[in-house]
Design a protein. Structure first.
Length: 628
């Protein structure tokens, strides 16, 4: 399909133009605000060509297309009539979503994300300077001075950047914010780093008892000053007449906030910031790499929750204090393991669409964006995601043991290599990345993913070989009617949220949303397949129909928890006999769908396989007719 055809299908699957309030896009995702989430056909969208995954986050339905492609898809959906909005408009709408903690963390992200590029650039400058030094090059004095300007300026004026960005986010005048922020690091104040070094420079005592220093490198005080300042400016503007607003509002804001910032907020929150920094360093320095193990294990879970921007604050604090960022290597381990798990799925699957989805998603993870890998692949199959957390934890622990610390933040894995070239840790960094990759790949390949359709086919092939070698050839097919193996509400097979079943690739049949947790035999039959996990059964009826009963979607990942098989392969059963039981509550607790598929896998052997039930079905009700 070309981009226009995909765009049309996206709009249809979103519930049509009338269900879309607005659409925007970022570097990788189409971000859609919809009126009714229930009208979205998520299965169709997730299985469209070029779609790498889709999920709800921050009040938006986000469709991952990947860098470059998303721009083209955005142009196509807009050309087809979807209303547009800026990302700021969408953020304002999305800001209403979530609990107070999620909203607070999103605010941290909105403030610090625009600052990250200059911190990244500064870290790269440090890396280049360190590389030249490591190569034995002696830089002239003026060149050394120039490199110090490149590497130190961002941290010297960091409070100015934070206050500016905070004013912008909270609706204040950013120009007032940056001036206020620069006041906090004025040359007229004692330099905070010089005071901390214990030299001749000491704090100023205002009014004889308030110690005041510049806030060089401070993050939290600048953020609080920005929040209070922006809200104060807006309050002043409401009471000042428009005719003098231009003169009075900036004057009052700067006067009041400079006093509060230097004498109240700055000193108080500088102490709070120091305690946060001490606590952060204490966690990172836990023995045996435990700090890295913990953070590496939970980081991608935090990404899923959408509150991972809290790390921006902590990383910037560490860089401002020490020009070293241990978080970067730990986060890199988690992201590498996530990408490696996706590679393993791509290598192992026989599904061509999943292959074309997995490898670009993995590349995205290795370039620093794991959402396509998480939502497009690993979280869909669950086991790869949780096994990657284990690999990320081990990689993070190794990063802590090796003492890895980048010279910047905001870039990881492949681009992040630049942060370790000049500090003598490149070899250790590459070792940590290699270990995280190997573990993430190996765990997922061996234990985390298996093409269920392929397994069922192999079992069926083995059964046919046994029939052929033993001479136990089935009698000629007969017309028959299958009764429901599940009590509940009938669902059209095409509406099942699993493309393997809904596409008819496994054969025709029906699905049932259970109201009871019992699986019955749909006819007199022999049990040809009894999965050890208890989630699926294969039957060969006495009249020749081959029936697969599959309880739930992706329930193989539960490893039998909540399932109990009552029969074994080779058992003979009568219609209505109990094949097994299951616990729908446990399936729901695992985040899975308990819709049960009833498939005639040898559909091709019949002239017709037709569902004959609608609505609710009770034990013994006819559900499928097969005719030769």
């Amino acid at each position: 399909m070309n981009n226009q055809e995909i765009a049309k299908k996206v709009i249809d699957a979103l519930g049509g133009r009338e269900n879309v309030n607005s659409v925007a896009h970022c570097a990788t995702r189409l971000r859609v605000m919809v009126k009714d989430e229930g009208k979205i056909n998520k299965e169709v969208i997730e299985n469209l060509e070029k779609v790498q995954g889709a999920f709800f986050n921050s009040g938006q339905y986000q469709i991952i297309f990947g860098t470059g492609t998303v721009n083209k898809m955005y142009d196509e959906v807009v050309a087809l009539g979807l209303p547009t909005s800026s990302k700021d408009d969408m953020k304002a709408e999305a800001a209403k979503q979530g609990n107070w903690f999620q909203r607070a963390i999103r605010t941290f992200g909105d403030v610090f994300v625009p600052i990250i590029p200059v911190i990244v650039a500064t870290g790269l400058f440090m890396g280049v300077r360190g590389l030249l030094t490591a190569l034995g090059m002696t830089l002239p004095a003026d060149v050394t001075t120039y490199t110090q300007i490149l590497t130190d300026t961002a941290f010297i004026i960091l409070p100015g950047l934070v206050v500016w960005s905070t004013f912008r986010v909270f609706g204040g005048n950013p120009a007032v914010g940056i001036v206020l922020g620069m006041m906090l690091v004025s040359d007229s104040l004692p330099n905070a780093w010089a005071v901390a070094s214990g030299g001749e420079v000491t704090a100023m005592n205002f009014f004889g008892f308030i110690p005041v220093v510049g806030l060089q490198g401070s993050v939290l005080p600048a953020f609080i000053i920005g929040v209070v300042g922006a809200k104060f400016e807006k309050a002043v503007r409401k009471v000042v007449p428009d005719v003098i607003d231009l003169l009075v509002t900036p004057f009052v804001t700067l006067l009041v906030m400079s006093i509060l910032g230097l004498f109240v907020i700055g000193p108080v929150f500088h102490v709070v910031e120091n305690y946060i920094l001490i606590a952060t360093k204490a966690i990172l320095s836990l023995p045996f790499g435990l700090g890295g193990f913990l953070i590496g294990g939970v980081h991608q879970l935090i990404v899923v929750s959408g509150v991972h921007h809290i790390f921006n604050l902590l990383e910037v604090q560490l860089l401002a204090a020490d020009h070293a960022n241990p978080f970067n290597a730990i986060i890199t381990a988690a992201m590498t393991a996530q990408g490696a798990a996706t590679v393993a799925v791509g290598v192992k699957t026989k599904n061509p669409k999943l292959k074309t989805l997995a490898f670009p998603a993995a590349l995205s993870a290795f370039l620093g964006i794991t959402e396509p890998a998480i939502f497009g692949v690993n979280l869909r199959f669950r086991k790869p995601f949780f096994l990657s957390l284990i690999a990320g934890a081990i990689g993070g622990g190794l990063a802590s043991i090796l003492g890895l610390a980048g010279t910047g933040n905001g870039i990881t894995v492949i681009p992040g290599t630049m942060l370790y070239i000049g500090n003598g840790q490149l070899a250790q960094y590459l070792l940590m990345v290699a270990v995280s990759f190997v573990l993430g790949f190996a765990l997922t390949y061996m234990f985390g993913y298996e093409d269920e359709k392929e397994v069922a086919t192999e079992v069926e092939t083995e059964r046919l070989v046994q029939e052929e070698t033993t001479g136990n050839i089935p009698a000629a097919l007969q017309n028959e009617t299958l009764v429901t193996p599940i009590v509940g509400d009938v669902v059209a097979l095409a509406d099942v949220n699993d493309p393997v079943f809904s596409s008819g690739a496994m054969g025709q049949g029906i699905a049932v949303k259970p109201s009871q947790g019992v699986v019955y035999a749909p006819a007199d039959a022999e049990v040809s397949i009894a999965f050890p996990t208890g989630h699926a059964f294969g039957l060969k009826t006495t009249d020749g129909a081959e029936v697969l009963i599959h309880v739930g979607i992706d329930t193989v990942t539960m490893n039998g928890d909540g399932f109990e098989a009552k029969v074994a392969q080779g058992d003979k059963v009568k219609a209505g006999d109990v094949l097994g039981t299951f616990d729908s509550n446990k399936i729901a607790a695992a985040g899975l769908d308990d819709t049960t598929m009833v498939i005639v896998t040898n559909t091709a052997d019949y002239a017709s396989v037709a569902p004959v039930a609608t609505g609710s079905v009770a034990k013994g009700d006819a559900v499928i007719e097969v005719k030769i």
